[in-house]
Design a binder for this molecule. Structure first.
Ligand SMILES: *Cc1c(COP(=O)(O)O)cnc(C)c1O
Length: 369
């Protein structure tokens, strides 16, 4: 990367589209004019070309290895973002005649998923913490799963509120459907617990344009032939994500991110260790200065990906943001529904970026009290 341009890069705490690993960006830059062996750019070649097929197969194989997927699950590369998944989940797995699906609402995205599902079938909300402005998860005993439910839907990480499940929920016989858009690949999973895990790539796994769905193969039988072709999981599975032109560039970049995760980071165990360490740096400062920073999420339910907090005054918030920008840190303003600050520290955010923010937060707090 040209040094001058590289030096202009800030520590980017954007919630999404978000930070990508620098080696991935460098590789794109190297290959953008001519993909090795293709004689043309990845942007210019057919999705049926030998070179592109190899890229998509590699990306899939790397996801299978990272997630420990066996024969039970299929990997799909889709478009339409996570929000189309809100509809596709219900259209494929619920249907008018099926038993109700159960929704667990822990923040803004879960609510939006529910709104879409309601158009297609019966849904029960089995948990909703709106009274406390979505600052917590249910305790295990609070959730009554119906073994006959079409599925149970959760949002593993609520990107806006910064509330995240620390592990894999056991929903018994009801298939677990998980919107993992903002924490996909942040830790190892017990994937056998999931009927369907879906994630738009642009938070934690790549650029906007591709959405990954990991679906248990027996659930593909639920896709009705009446569905519009693109909206059927079964069609995408049967065509190995080539039912129509896949988002080739986005899949290419996602493939590079999975390569980085495997070969540079060293797998999801290592990634998880780094993510725990990074989040602790910030939460330690929040806890040290409770008179300055008020965290949104309850301590035990804090997200390792999106750290959300407020100040006692708007003035302090403005001062914090402008100081952060002077120190080369950007995109820290929280979502309007929560206010305050949101520091998104996804997989690709380097430890140095989080250290810089933690030390700035500590200095800011000392000057404020
Ligand atoms: C960003 C986000 C979405 C929406 O994704 P789109 O790709 O914009 O449709 C859904 N769920 C979660 C948890 C998100 O973070």
């Amino acid at each position: 990367m040209a040094t001058q341009i590289a030096q202009e890069r800030i520590f980017n705490f954007s919630a999404g589209p978000a930070v990508l690993p620098v080696p991935v960006l460098q590789r794109i830059q190297e290959e953008i004019l001519c993909l090795p062996g293709a004689g043309a750019s990845i942007l210019e070649i057919s999705h049926r070309s030998r070179q592109y097929i190899a890229i998509q197969e590699q990306a899939k194989a790397r996801l299978q290895r990272l997630l420990g997927l066996g024969e039970d699950h299929e990997v799909l590369f889709l478009q339409g973002g996570a929000r189309l998944q809100f509809s596709m989940v219900a259209m494929n797995l619920l249907g008018r005649a099926e038993p109700a699906a159960q929704y667990v609402l822990t923040g803004s995205w879960g609510k939006k998923a529910l709104e879409e599902a309601r158009r297609h079938g019966a849904v029960d909300v089995i948990y909703d913490c709106k009274e406390t402005n979505y600052d917590r998860l249910p305790s295990p005993g609070q959730l009554a799963f119906n073994p006959d439910a079409s599925y149970v839907h959760i949002t593993s990480n609520e990107t806006i509120q910064g509330v995240q499940y620390p592990g894999d929920l056991d929903t018994g016989a009801a298939p677990l459907v998980c919107d993992a858009s903002s924490d996909f690949l942040y830790r190892p999973y017990d994937i056998s617990r999931y009927g369907l895990m879906y994630a738009c790539a642009q938070k934690n796994a790549g650029p906007a344009g591709v959405t990954v769905a990991i679906i248990r193969k027996d659930l593909l039988d639920r896709s009705s032939d009446e569905l519009p072709g693109y909206l059927s999981y079964k069609n995408h599975a049967e065509a190995d994500s080539m039912w129509n032109t896949p988002p080739t560039f986005a899949v290419y970049v996602l493939g590079l991110v999975t390569e980085w995760l495997e070969d540079t980071v060293g797998g999801l165990d290592k990634m998880y260790q780094q993510n725990q360490l990074k989040a602790k740096l910030l939460y330690d400062v929040l806890d040290e200065f409770p008179e300055v920073y008020r965290g949104h999420a309850q301590k035990q339910d804090r997200s390792l990906m999106n750290v959300t907090f407020r100040f006692s005054s708007e003035e302090a918030e403005k001062r914090f943001l402008s100081g952060a920008s002077e120190h080369g840190m950007g995109n820290l303003k929280g979502h309007r529904s929560v206010g305050g600050i949101r520091a998104s520290i996804y997989n690709a955010m380097p430890v140095e970026g989080v250290q810089a923010l933690a030390s700035y937060m500590s200095d800011f707090a000392k000057q404020s009290v």
